[in-house]
Design a protein around this ligand. Sequence first.
Ligand SMILES: Nc1ncnc2c1ncn2[C@@H]1O[C@H](COP(=O)(O)OP(=O)(O)OP(=O)(O)O)[C@@H](O)[C@H]1O
Ligand SMILES: [Mg+2]
Length: 374
Amino acid sequence: MVNNPFILYGYESEKYFCDRKTETQELKRLVTNGNHVALIAPRRIGKTGLIENLFHQKDIQRDYFTFLVDIYATKNIEELIMAMGASMLSSLRPKGAKVIQKFVNILSSLRTGISFDAMGNPTWNVEIGDIHLPRTTLDEIFEYINTADKPCIIAIDEFQTVADYHDDKVEAILRTYIQHCRNAQFIFSGSQRTMMGEIFLSPSRPFYQSTSMMNIGCIPVEKYSKFAQGLFKEADKDITTDIIEKTYQQFDGITWYVQRVMNEFFSLTPQHGVCDETMLDTAIKNILRANEFTYQSLLFQLPIKQKELLMAISKKGKAQNLTSSAFVKKYRLTSSSSVQSAMKGLLEKNFLTSNLGIYEVYDKFFALWLLTQR
Ligand SMILES: Nc1ncnc2c1ncn2[C@@H]1O[C@H](COP(=O)(O)OP(=O)(O)OP(=O)(O)O)[C@@H](O)[C@H]1O
Ligand SMILES: [Mg+2]
């Protein structure tokens, strides 16, 4: 039993995972019928969680090898290859010596970077400099995939990152490998809607029409309520539907924020106690306090004009027409051209998100904290 059933990082088991039943079935249907899938949704909705949930299904575990590769921090094809190799090795590790041996034998270009301890457990020590010829190593990785003992499902998470690589041939290279790969289906997941859209929907891009598109939305509030109440009950605690709905509304139903607040509610509620309206303020204060240091340093690094604009947007909540004279005047900003350039800076640094001309502070807790500042 975990201490707090509202898991904040990683995946435990289906018990601590709310709903996503139809989404899991849909994703399973697509990949087990030979489709590659582009999974696109806003940040923190639960894309990675959905992939984990699929990978934990009994039949998937029985019939497939599954790999989850997060490429968020990669900057080039060498780092992407490293991320793939490392994640494959760690997923194969529990499957025993024979499976590992085969993988290591095929990845002969990286042999020196994979070591074995006394128990025969492999560790990945490959350094970026070990990848002398990316194509050779990619050939090996795909040779392994094509000859693996089971078909593979490979999820490349934060896939939009490849669009930021300096080398613009990477998409084409990957596309070619994937096209010729007979033993794996790929899931490409990502959140920057426009970037993912461009990769998969522009006729001029290599991945055009190569994948099925799948979007996921918020978990319905009734489903989340049932889930949360169930977990409270199991610990001899209770929570009102009202407070769950209120929290859900406040954070637009975005899974991470709701789950984070529930985690706090759970720890604030004593055994046999009931969590109700009165706890919302305290819970949010606690969360903001826990992040105070981070928020302060984030704010500190911003140029003054960006800081002012960010404050203004946090006051407004969802803001439109930022460069209009009305907005500039209301929040006492310098000028519409200074707002324009501040906006650009904030968007680039991911402090802001924009959707159809509506701007919001990207991190909803950060936005609440900004409101507590002058
Ligand atoms: N179905 C679920 N049930 C319970 N909690 C969930 C569920 N889905 C997501 N979460 C919670 O929300 C958090 C964010 O989910 P996840 O990492 O899957 O989102 P994401 O869409 O991949 O986000 P990002 O765009 O930041 O990568 C998880 O760490 C988990 O705490
Ligand atoms: Mg994710």
